[in-house]
Design a protein around this ligand. Structure first.
Ligand SMILES: C[S@@+](CC[C@H](N)C(=O)[O-])C[C@H]1O[C@@H](n2cnc3c(N)ncnc32)[C@H](O)[C@@H]1O
Length: 371
């Protein structure tokens, strides 16, 4: 589903104060320039133009079971790491598809940030309970605030100074959009680190670069996939080799039926882990989605949740279940958890926040990119 969207201009890079990881031998990979900005805009426009689906459209999706599986993964992560009254920062929150999950975890406060104004508007109406039939519900039990910003370019600390510190930062299926340049990858981590309390948790899901590179090397050409997705690399990667001195800006085109169709960037996980450490974020674990599912499905409460969500079918015996191709597409993703260093008091909450029960259009804050 598409809707009209007005193009807006974008932004420039944040200053980088830390020593760089990528080497510069006159090559322009991973360096912020106009094309980086226009690609960020392209990603934003892609997501902005996708309107909410009706229940019928959603159920007819060729990846409905994969969507449900991804919702299960995010629900499990949220249930594992969230405590009652937690203050949550949802980076790249999209249309607010996780609001119900946060509500079930009984959080105390929520801030959602996304670059796509159309998605922020959908998130706002969903929060207000004015939205589609799938997510129509009464009130959310937590106050919330929404911000439209490029959270891989704009420092968020000032805008969120009255909301911070956060107990949890979540970035679901979106961190790889920061990996176009080192500056953007660093700004993403700087935002997470500066806003989390010591001892706070960073949870996320993103493409598994190891799986993507393995599949690329197994493929005959530079494109591979199945009936629900394809990934295509440019001619410059004909040798299928990636220099460790240039870990940013490794772009590919990703198409997932009824969901994604835009440029993405590989995130070599060992580099991500090292970079995160510079920002005081220690890896707790990283698991491929398959490993995560196989591990947590063994726990009765999560098996029951899987049954309720219907990711593996509704048990009616109609043969509709997660297809082989959807399961293979799920393998493209990983799950990670990081902990901000230091000891924090999870019970000492910031009580200064506003308590909105409805978010009006004029309550949404728009943060411009730096000129
Ligand atoms: C696959 S969607 C995931 C949305 C949501 N996290 C979820 O799991 O349902 C990716 C999201 O990342 C957002 N995004 C991409 N680049 C971004 C950026 N630079 N700053 C903020 N959000 C961004 C997109 O607008 C989109 O909403």
């Amino acid at each position: 589903m598409k809707r009209g969207h007005e193009e807006t201009s974008s932004s420039s890079s944040p200053p980088h104060s830390k020593p760089r990881l990528s080497s510069h031998n006159g090559e322009d990979h991973g360096v912020e320039d106009d094309s980086t900005k226009s690609l960020a805009r392209k990603v934003a426009d892609h997501y902005s133009s996708r309107s909410n689906q009706t229940l019928e459209e959603r159920e007819a999706s060729p990846i409905i079971h994969m969507k449900k599986l991804n919702n299960w993964i995010k629900s499990v992560l949220i249930q594992l790491y969230t405590h009652r009254d937690d203050v949550v920062l949802d980076l790249a929150c999209g249309k607010g598809g996780d609001l119900i999950k946060w509500d079930k975890a009984r959080i105390g406060y929520y801030v959602g940030v996304d670059i796509a104004d159309g998605s922020i508007e959908d998130c706002r109406t969903r929060y207000n309970g004015e939205t589609d039939q799938i997510h129509r519900r009464k009130r959310f039990s937590f106050p919330a605030r929404l911000i439209c910003a490029d959270c891989y370019e704009v420092p968020l600390d000032k805008a969120l100074q009255d909301d911070a510190p956060f107990d949890i930062c979540s970035c679901q299926f979106a961190l790889h959009y920061s990996w176009s340049t080192e500056e953007r990858a660093r700004q993403a981590l700087e935002n997470v680190s500066s806003l989390l309390r010591p001892g706070g948790t960073f949870i996320g899901t993103m493409p598994d670069a190891n799986v993507i590179v393995k599949k690329l090397r197994e493929a005959e050409g530079l494109t591979f996939g199945n009936s629900v997705y394809w990934i295509s690399f440019d001619e410059e990667y004909t040798k299928k080799k990636f220099k460790s001195s240039r870990p940013f800006g490794i772009q590919y085109k990703f198409h997932l039926e009824d969901a994604v169709d835009c440029p993405e960037w590989l995130v070599p996980f060992h580099i991500f882990k090292e970079l995160a450490k510079e920002y005081g974020l220690e890896l707790v674990f990283k698991k491929n989605s398959h490993e995560f599912v196989n591990e947590y499905i063994k726990k009765p409460e999560f098996a029951e949740l899987m049954r309720r969500l219907g990711a593996l079918g509704d048990g009616s015996g109609d043969g509709r279940t997660l297809s082989e191709d959807e399961w293979e597409a799920a393998y493209l993703y990983l799950v990670f958890v990081m902990r901000k260093s230091g000891q924090g008091d999870s019970l000492k909450k910031n009580t200064q926040r506003r308590s909105l029960s409805q978010i009006r259009q004029e309550d949404v804050m728009y943060l411009p990119c730096q000129p």
